[in-house]
Write a protein that binds this ligand. Structure first.
Ligand SMILES: NC(=O)c1ccc[n+]([C@@H]2O[C@H](COP(=O)([O-])OP(=O)(O)OC[C@H]3O[C@@H](n4cnc5c(N)ncnc54)[C@H](O)[C@@H]3O)[C@@H](O)[C@H]2O)c1
Length: 251
C-alpha cells in the first residue's frame, strides 16, 4: 500500500510580540521589513508608553504584563527587550508558553540565571536565539565566509575590542546600577565583541572561563604560548613559500 504524503503547511505569517519598547523599536523595524511577519502585540510596564507605541506602530494589542501577551492564541514568537535583570525570567516564561524567543543581550544579569535560561532553551521544543545582531552585519558575514572557506588559515588567536563612542545610555538608571544591569562594559558591549570573535572563529570550546584576575605569570605564559604558535606558523609558511612567491612576485 502506498503511503500518503502528509504535507505540513507552513503558516503564511509568523505572529510575533515585542516585550519592552526601548530597543524593541529596532526589533519592530526589522520585523516590519519582512513580508512574512506580523507584529501582533507589544508589552511595556509603562501603560502610557505601551499605548503610545502601539498606536505609533499600529499594533493591535498593547499590554503591561508579558503573560497577557503570551496568552494570545496565535502568537508564535517574541522579542525580549527588557532591562537585563528581567531577561532570563521573561524568556523562560515565553519558552514555557511554547514560543520562539529572541532575547536581547546580555543573556542574563547573573551566571546562575544565564545557566537556568540555557538549560530551559535546550529543553524547549521552540527556538531560542540571542540578539547578537552584529553577526548579521555585512562585514561580519563576509569575514565569516572567508574564514569558513579557509582563506585566513588556522585562526588560533583573536582579540576583541570595542569602544563606546556615544556616551552612556540612561546614566543613573538601571543601566548604570550594577545590581540591575549585572555589570559594566563587559556585559554591555563586551558581550557583542566576544560573541563576534567566538562565532567568527567557529565557536571554540572555552578552556579559560575567567580572565579577570588571571595571574600575571599565567598571562605571560599564555602570551608566550600564542607567540610560539605564531612563530612556528611563520617558520612553516617561510619554508613552504619562498619570499618571492609570498610577495606574489613571479616575474
Ligand atoms: N543588541 C543591541 O545592540 C542592544 C542595543 C540596546 C539595548 N540592548 C539591550 O536591550 C535591553 C533593553 O535596553 P533598552 O535600551 O531598550 O532599555 P530601556 O530602559 O530604554 O527600555 C526598556 C523598556 O522596557 C520596559 N520594561 C521594563 N520592565 C518591563 C517588563 N517587566 N515588561 C515589559 N516591559 C518592561 C521599560 O518600561 C522600557 O520602556 C537591555 O538588556 C540592553 O542590553 C541591546
Amino acid at each position: 500500500m502506498q503511503r500518503k504524503k502528509v504535507s505540513r503547511t507552513k503558516p503564511d505569517k509568523i505572529n510575533v510580540g515585542i516585550i519592552g519598547t526601548g530597543i524593541g523599536q529596532a526589533h519592530f523595524e526589522g520585523y516590519s521589513a519582512l513580508p512574512n511577519v506580523n507584529v501582533v502585540g507589544l508589552v511595556d510596564v509603562d501603560p502610557k508608553r505601551a499605548k503610545l507605541i502601539a498606536e505609533k506602530w499600529k499594533v493591535r494589542h498593547a499590554f503591561t504584563n508579558h503573560e497577557d501577551l503570551l496568552a494570545l492564541r496565535n502568537l508564535d514568537a517574541v522579542s525580549v527587550g527588557v532591562p537585563n535583570w528581567l531577561h532570563a525570567s521573561i524568556a523562560m516564561d515565553a519558552l514555557r508558553a511554547g514560543k520562539h524567543v529572541i532575547c536581547e543581550k546580555p543573556m542574563a544579569h547573573s551566571l546562575e540565571d544565564g545557566e537556568r535560561l540555557y538549560k530551559a532553551a535546550k529543553r524547549a521544543k521552540t527556538k531560542f536565539m540571542m540578539a547578537y545582531n552584529n553577526r548579521f552585519r555585512g562585514d561580519s558575514q563576509l569575514l565569516k565566509r572567508y574564514i569558513d572557506g579557509g582563506e585566513l588559515g588556522d585562526i588560533y588567536f583573536g582579540r576583541c575590542v570595542w569602544t563606546r563612542r556615544s556616551g552612556i545610555p540612561g546614566a543613573g538608571g538601571w543601566f548604570t546600577t550594577k545590581k540591575l544591569s549585572g555589570g559594566g562594559p563587559l556585559i554591555d558591549i563586551g558581550v557583542h565583541a566576544l560573541d563576534l570573535g567566538w562565532w567568527l572563529m567557529g565557536g571554540p570550546k572555552p578552556v579559560i572561563r575567567q580572565l579577570v584576575g588571571v595571574h600575571l605569570s599565567d598571562a605571560r605564559r599564555m602570551a608566550a604560548h600564542g607567540q610560539a604558535r605564531h612563530d612556528g606558523h611563520r617558520r612553516r609558511r617561510r619554508r613552504a613559500y619562498p619570499l618571492r612567491e609570498r610577495r606574489g612576485d613571479h616575474a
